[in-house]
Design a protein around this ligand. Structure first.
Ligand SMILES: [Zn+2]
Length: 354
């Protein structure tokens, strides 16, 4: 059994024992919640080497996307990635940016074309070679620690659907703290385990995604993790991508009703009807803290305001920072879901995405 990565606690409650539902690769994985801090994680945790077989490296779709970036044009990329850039610009509008787990490289490419000095690290060697050789982007293969970036090298670090995949989020955030300077911005997009869907659906909550998602955060547990390494949450943007709702329905009906088909690409009449109903549900929760995904914007400071740093949705930053706020992002759901195809390590969601 593994101790909790966030608080070191050894007492947890079993949520369920699950398996890989995306690719059907063999193995049973208990998912637990820490009794002390609430962090949700796969326990025992498979090693980095053991996890390799859950990330097929020959992802031609991903490869083609990266190879076609130059032809896509900035207008099209701007529609997809502009909202992300816009939010980052509120904190920093130029400098050196690192994207961890860059997937198809689209975000790095877009930001570079917008004038940013960019670098990336990703587990998928083929993608790293393509992004480096074809797009001329500074890219490194492996985990973040393998890149051995110098102290204080970056102004902005982004992880789009990546932190839930890493072996130790605590070590990853500590390393990010080392390679960033004071006032640096850290941006993390991940699922929200505090959403009611997680409770209602349990094993069928698509985005638990065991075993590739080794961790599931709530706004609270993520803020605690960040505060330990000197990052204060300035803003949390919540969203419920319709794609998540559709995949939830697919998993629900597969396991509980014994009906199996691709709800997104090959929907039945019932699937279309359910999707319509789910889109009403989505509209009701989208943008609020009950949403199924969140993007956290955190700023590196000497200290966060005492007593506030532990609360992801209320945390504020000291001295000249943006006041703490919780922001809705209506209408950005699909955009972010599409862009979350840029997952690390051959990316978990990507196989079923788009
Ligand atoms: Zn814990």
């Amino acid at each position: 059994m593994s101790a909790c990565d966030l608080c070191g606690g050894t007492h947890h409650d079993l949520i369920f024992t699950g398996h890989d539902r995306l690719f059907g690769i063999a193995g049973e994985f208990p998912l637990v919640r820490c009794q002390d801090c609430g962090l949700v994680f796969v326990n025992p945790r498979p090693s980095f080497e053991e996890m390799g077989r859950f990330y097929p490296q020959d992802d031609y779709d991903l490869y083609n996307k990266a190879a076609g970036l130059k032809d896509r044009g900035m207008d099209e990329l701007g529609r997809l990635l502009g909202p992300r850039k816009g939010r980052i610009d509120k904190y920093r509008d130029h400098g050196r940016l690192l994207d961890i787990g860059f997937g198809d490289g689209s975000f790095l490419y877009f930001m570079r074309e917008c004038g940013w000095d960019v670098a990336g690290v990703d587990y998928n060697q083929k993608m790293v070679e393509l992004v480096r050789d074809e797009l001329g982007i500074d890219a490194v293969t492996g985990q973040l620690e393998d890149a051995k970036y110098p102290d204080g090298a970056f102004d902005v670090v982004t992880l789009w659907g990546v932190l839930e995949h890493v072996q130790s989020p605590r070590r990853t955030i500590e390393e990010i703290s080392r390679i960033t300077g004071d006032g640096a911005l850290l941006v993390i997009y991940t699922q929200n385990a505090a959403s009611p869907e997680a409770r209602w659906l349990g094993k069928d909550w698509f985005i638990y995604e065991v075993p590739r998602h080794l961790y599931s955060f709530t706004p609270d547990s993520l803020a605690k993790l960040l505060a330990q390494a000197g990052f204060c949450v300035a803003e949390t943007v919540f969203e419920t991508p319709l794609y998540y709702c559709q995949m939830n329905w697919q998993y629900f009906k597969e396991r509980r009703l014994g009906r199996r088909n691709d709800v997104i690409h090959n929907p039945t009449l019932v699937d279309r009807l359910v999707t319509k109903l789910l889109s009403f549900y989505r509209r009701a929760v989208n943008g609020g803290p009950r949403s199924s995904a969140m993007t956290v914007y955190a700023v590196k400071r000497e200290s966060c305001i005492p007593g506030d740093a532990g609360d992801g949705t209320k945390a504020a930053v000291i001295a000249g920072g943006t006041g703490g706020s919780t922001t809705a992002a209506p209408g950005t759901g699909e955009t972010a879901a599409g862009a979350s195809a840029t997952e690390t390590r051959g990316n978990g969601e990507h196989g079923a995405d788009q």
